[in-house]
Design a protein around this ligand. Structure first.
Ligand SMILES: [Zn+2]
Length: 300
């Protein structure tokens, strides 16, 4: 049995980690530096954040590779290092998990490495210029690097377009036919994604593609995501639902984005999300290890 099946069969509610991007900014990531670069240049800082999430109770851990596709890296002229940066992202997380398991005597089967894939940042044709085939190729390339670094599953996140999601699922399967896929979209536009996808349609479509788990991440806070989870649960009862919300509605304060939901507020929301059917619960932008610890405690 693979890591994923063990984890999902072993616990009613599984805690995923919280934000990486906003934590890296707090750890001194300079503006204009793409976070994935720190997998190679500042691996100890990335690992320290991951360690704090492990100690908070997270058992699905995402690699720091959100911007790791060719179309993101080309903006930083890092496309020639794609394989290296993604592989390092999985490898440093694997090392940190092993250290944590050894030191805390945690069951080695209880933690899953999720290779994180975000959107390309491009719009697919015919609306945009990126062809479906090129998108598939780009996702396959990133997935291959993540899997060679040690990813147990691939987590495709923050998607707005089902067609781009389909390209990511297909690309991941080209890299490894049987690897479990977790697929989450961002429903931040009046209950739909920016591209107009409704939660119930996402649930039906993603289930049809045979993904291992699906749901929502990022967006305007846990209340918005709770409504999404309820619709997905109604549309497809029995699916493994995922909720990874931002720490509240993002607010712009003197040019910076701030998230105001406290650990206590997110803990209350985690209970509501669980009761609505979410099996995998974590955090997105603005959440910290303190948020994840409070959420883990509340749903226990
Ligand atoms: Zn987010």
């Amino acid at each position: 049995m693979n890591q994923w099946s063990k984890l999902i069969k072993g616990s009613a509610t599984v805690i995923a980690d919280g934000a990486m991007g906003t934590m890296l900014q707090q750890a001194g990531l300079p503006a204009g530096t793409v976070p994935i670069l720190w997998n190679v240049e500042q691996p100890l800082r990335v690992r320290a954040i991951q360690r704090a999430y492990l100690e908070a109770g997270a058992r699905i851990m995402l690699t720091n590779t959100f911007n790791g596709s060719r179309y993101c890296l080309v903006k930083y002229r890092l496309q020639s290092r794609l394989d290296d940066l993604n592989r390092a992202g999985a490898a440093i997380l694997k090392e940190e998990i092993q250290t944590f398991i050894d030191e805390s005597k945690t069951d080695p089967g209880a933690i899953v490495i999720a290779g994180d894939i975000g959107p390309t940042g491009e719009i697919l044709a015919p609306l945009g210029t990126l062809s479906y085939e090129d998108a598939v190729r780009a996702f396959a390339e990133q997935a291959r690097a993540l899997i060679s670094g040690g990813a147990d599953v691939i987590w495709i996140e923050t998607m707005a377009d089902l067609e781009e999601m389909r390209a990511a699922v297909e690309g991941t399967r080209q890299a490894a036919m049987d690897i479990p896929i977790i697929a989450t979209m961002t429903f931040d536009t009046r209950g739909r994604t920016m591209m107009g996808v409704k939660p119930e349609n996402a649930a039906q479509t993603l289930t049809g593609w045979g993904v291992a788990a699906f749901g929502g991440n990022c967006g305007n806070g846990p209340d918005e995501l709770l409504a999404v989870i309820k619709k997905m649960q109604a549309a497809h009862p029995g699916g493994v639902l995922v909720a990874k919300s931002n720490a509240g509605m993002p607010e712009i304060v003197s040019g910076a984005t701030v998230y105001r939901a406290t650990p206590e507020m997110m803990a209350g929301s985690a209970v509501q999300l669980r009761d609505a059917g979410a099996r995998i619960i974590g955090g997105c932008c603005g959440t910290t290890p303190a948020h994840i610890a409070a959420m883990a405690k509340a749903v226990k």
